[in-house]
Design a binder for this molecule. Structure first.
Ligand code: FAD
Length: 530
């Protein structure tokens, strides 16, 4: 196959790709045996809006085109399993956490024949959805083991399911391919900013678990690891739910960024933990139509375009940088707490991204210097304090404190909502968010909002709604690992976002795969009885 790059078609025209390819290659349509979109992006930089495609084309004698402008050989990015080691496994291989890192680690190991056991403290995805939705409706109390952070699928299950990442790793292809196998929308294969949507993600997660089962592995829910037995510097047993203990050969810790009690346990057990920068701030909501106007121009309605997104940042002189993160076009702000008496926000969208508001985290970097001490868990302490303040300001019952942008900038409590209706459930309380976050954070946010308005017209809209507090965008710690990916406690393999090696669904999944490869390179797969 050859790759034909940079085919531009006006967004309001019929997208006849075969025709465009035949024009570019100067051949008849009949000569084209197959075309496959590899990448599709939107170019809205000028008045006319274009879709831009890279396309793989199957034709006879294709080599004659290579080297011509924009035409290259298409490369094979299919995943190659590592060569398995020969050490015999005498005890089970256990993965703690069924988020993207744990599930992809488990899937690869299962595909290679290792029959891993995945332990997840939360519920299966179907039960978890019921639990979370009844919490959002204010019908059931927060379940601390199963919520927006915890449960099958991990933290991103109630998300926009964005798969964009800054990492450049060929394993991303494997993640996309497996997501497609397990039911993700086909366009994630080629969109430059793919998203799965929370609705599709739930099915993908369920199907990955099913496949691990079929391959002889296990995924156990309501199974929290509450202790580790360590002998001669090596992990020997795990305790589940403060009860039974199981012997283990190796343990992958794919805990996510909110596993605070397990971080504390690891600290007590002598694992090497280190502070790392993280961020805090708020969710900001605008009308999606304002974002579309700003990104696509006033005429955008004549094109059939997806809800527009944005990604903004500004470096402030003498202050902490401000940036937007995890933007959810046509989405909702969600209650994402995992501890009683603490309030956390985040955002999610359905695949259709057709809700009225756009939302995004608006964050300020927190560096180790901003923390009270050099204790490895000082960042967790910092997060907890502002989450508690947000809970109290909201008035309890997980109502979120909310303020309009104009009032936040003027440091006066909001009294009345304007044109933007907040989407957060179970409810909100209008207040002054300057009392929720530290002054160095609110000072940066104020200046940042005005600066970001210069980059995206309307960002500082008077009526835009700010909901606090966004405190779990990344892990405040790193669990150190060596070249073999083991911690200083032998047999423990920290993985994914909680361990400080990923930031998002894709990079967490890729890190899970990397850890699986390290383990597979040591051990022989388990022979299946005939
Ligand atoms: P997690 O997904 O956090 O999974 C860790 C799992 O370990 C949890 O299920 C937890 O219950 C379990 N666990 C922890 N401790 C124990 C224990 N002791 N015993 C048993 N189980 C345990 N990222 C994106 O890339 N795109 C997005 O659109 C996006 N949107 C998001 C929206 C929301 C609402 C949230 C909360 C996050 C979002 N993220 C998004 C971030 C993304 O979800 C995380 O980066 C990713 O899930 C990290 O994967 P992980 O496997 O490392 O950890």
């Amino acid at each position: 196959m050859i790759r034909v790059n940079n085919i531009k078609i006006a967004a309001n025209r019929k997208q006849d790709l075969e025709k465009e390819v035949s024009k570019k290659l100067k051949i008849s349509k009949k000569e084209i045996k197959e075309i496959k979109i590899v990448k599709k992006s939107i170019d809205a930089r000028r008045r006319d809006i274009f879709y831009v495609y890279n396309i793989d084309v199957q034709i006879n004698n294709s080599k004659r085109f290579i080297g011509k402008k924009g035409i290259t050989q298409s490369l094979d990015y299919s995943y190659k399993f590592v060569k398995a080691g020969d050490k015999k496994m005498t005890k089970p291989l256990v993965i703690v956490g069924a988020g993207p890192a744990g599930l992809f680690c488990g899937l690869i190991l299962a595909q290679m024949g290792y029959k891993p056991i995945v332990l997840e403290q939360g519920e299966s995805v179907d039960q978890r959805v019921k639990t979370v939705e009844s919490f959002w409706q204010g019908q059931k109390p927060l379940k601390t083991n199963s919520n927006v952070q915890f449960g099958e699928g991990g933290a991103g299950t109630f998300s926009d399911g964005k798969l964009t990442t800054q990492i450049k790793d060929s394993r991303c292809r494997k993640v996309i391919d497996e997501m497609l196998n397990f039911g993700a929308p086909k366009d994630i294969m080629y969109l430059s900013k793919p998203h799965v949507g929370t609705d599709n993600l739930r099915g993908v997660v369920r199907n990955i678990r099913q496949r691990i089962f079929e391959l002889g592995g296990q995924v156990l829910f309501d199974s929290k690891v509450t202790n580790f037995d360590i002998e001669n510097g090596k992990v020997n047993k795990l305790q589940i739910n403060n009860g039974k203990k199981i012997a283990v050969e190796a343990v992958v810790l794919a805990l996510g960024h909110s596993a605070r009690d397990t971080f504390q346990l690891l600290y007590k057990k002598g694992a090497n933990l280190k502070q790392k920068p993280f961020s805090v701030g708020v969710r900001i909501e605008h009308p999606q139509s304002l974002i579309n106007d700003s990104q696509y121009g006033k005429d955008y309605e004549k094109y059939n375009l997806p809800a527009a997104d944005y990604k903004l940042s500004v470096h402030l002189e003498g202050k902490a940088s401000v940036y937007t993160f995890c933007m959810c076009p046509g989405g909702k702000v969600v209650a994402a707490a995992s501890e009683k008496g603490h309030l956390v926000t985040n955002g999610m969208s359905y695949y259709s991204r057709d809700d009225t508001n756009a939302n995004s985290a608006l964050l300020v970097n927190i560096m180790p210097d901003n923390l009270e001490s050099d204790h490895p868990l000082a960042g967790v302490h910092f997060q907890r304090e502002i989450e508690k303040r947000a809970f109290d300001l909201g008035g309890g019952d997980y109502y979120a404190p909310v303020q309009l942008v104009k009032d936040f900038l003027n440091d006066v409590p909001s009294k009345k909502l304007g044109s933007v209706k907040p989407s957060y459930l179970p409810g909100i309380k209008l207040t002054n968010l300057n009392n929720c976050l530290p002054k160095f954070v609110t000072d940066s946010l104020k200046e940042g909002i005005l600066e970001l308005d210069k980059k995206l017209k309307g960002f500082a809209l008077n009526d835009a709604v700010m909901t606090a507090v966004e405190s779990r965008s990344s892990s405040p710690i790193r669990i150190l690992r060596d070249d073999s990916y083991q911690s200083n406690i032998a047999g423990i393999y920290p993985a994914g976002e909680g361990a400080g090696y990923a930031g998002g669904i894709m990079s967490a999944a890729v890190d899970g795969i990397k850890v699986a490869e390290k383990i597979a390179a040591i051990y022989a797969p388990i022979k299946t009885e005939e």
